[in-house]
Design a protein around this ligand. Structure first.
Ligand code: CAA
Length: 254
């Protein structure tokens, strides 16, 4: 991997660090493909139960790589490898936590919108400055942002290109917690560690069900939730047995 670093800091947890510091972790095609590939590895590995995605102190990511644009031209947005990488990140079934310090802009913020939990350091700045280069957040931002923070706030961010700080992002529901900048990754890893102790089959089902609420009409998603509830898993039996026997459960993901 040339544009990301991958580590396994604790049982069940993978940490992916975007690593193009000189370009403020801009999302080159290569970086997107490497993130997608690391997530595919995480998906295939039964030992991994939660992934944390982060950047560095200066930037989570400053968005799509603007310097790749002149070369690629408009078809760059529709380039198959790039679209496939975004789709693969979007479909990652295990819990994904963003630990955000510094700039999270444009495509960098759209990447965050694909995460399940966002922890922001006090230095985090969120924004959609695409309009300033006569573009718009075309990797899901125009659709996911208003669903998350509401129409007027989304319009303000997307139409002005102005950034919001961590406290505002928290207030608007774009981050669940704000931490001192030096503790952001640590806090995300703590949460990942807690998730990793739960049944992987249950956390993945729960993630899929919550995401249905953004994608499907309520009657359809409620009926699918009911169907999922009827599935019986070995982990569920184990969870009930462990509770009754007053011991820690030993989940296998079956
Ligand atoms: N793509 C490529 N390179 C980038 C970049 C980007 N998105 N953002 C920053 N960089 C590079 C800069 O060119 C600079 O490189 P050099 O030293 O080689 O010149 C380096 O990172 C450091 O950046 P700055 O010197 O500009 O740092 P700064 O602290 O003065 O400003 C900033 C920081 C406000 C984030 C500014 O860099 C900036 O405005 N970046 C562009 C942000 C942007 O517009 N993002 C949206 C991209 S479009 C998108 O994402 C499309 C989409 O969703 C469909």
């Amino acid at each position: 991997m040339e544009t990301i670093k991958v580590a396994r800091p604790s049982d069940g947890v993978m940490l992916i660090t975007l690593d193009r510091p000189k370009a403020l972790n801009a999302l080159s095609k290569a970086l997107l493909i490497e993130v997608a590939s690391a997530l595919e590895d995480a998906e295939a590995d039964n030992a991994i139960r939660c992934v944390v995605l982060t950047g560095d102190e200066r930037a989570f990511s400053a968005g799509a790589d603007i310097k790749e644009m002149p070369e690629g031209g408009i078809p760059m947005w529709a380039e198959a490898g790039r679209l496939k990488a975004w789709k693969s990140i979007e479909r990652f079934p295990k819990p994904l936590i963003a630990a955000v310090n510094g700039y999270a802009l444009g495509g960098g913020c759209e990447l965050i919108l694909l995460c399940d939990i966002v922890i922001a350091g006090e230095t985090a700045r969120f924004g959609f400055p695409e309009v300033k280069i006569a573009a718009f957040p075309g990797d899901g931002g125009t659709q996911r942002l208003p669903r998350l923070i509401g129409k007027f706030r989304a319009m303000m961010m997307i139409l002005t290109g102005d950034f919001i700080d961590a406290a505002t992002a928290h207030d608007w529901g774009l981050a669940v917690e704000v931490t001192p900048a030096g503790r952001t990754v640590e806090r995300a890893l703590e949460i990942a560690g807690t998730i990793a102790q739960n049944s992987p089959v249950a956390t993945q089902m729960a993630k899929a069900e919550v995401l249905m609420s953004f994608e499907k009409p309520l009657d359809e998603s409620l009926s699918m939730e009911r169907q999922m509830l009827l599935w019986q898993t070995e982990d569920h039996d184990e969870g009930i047995a462990a509770f009754i026997e007053k011991r820690k459960p030993r989940y296998t993901g079956r």
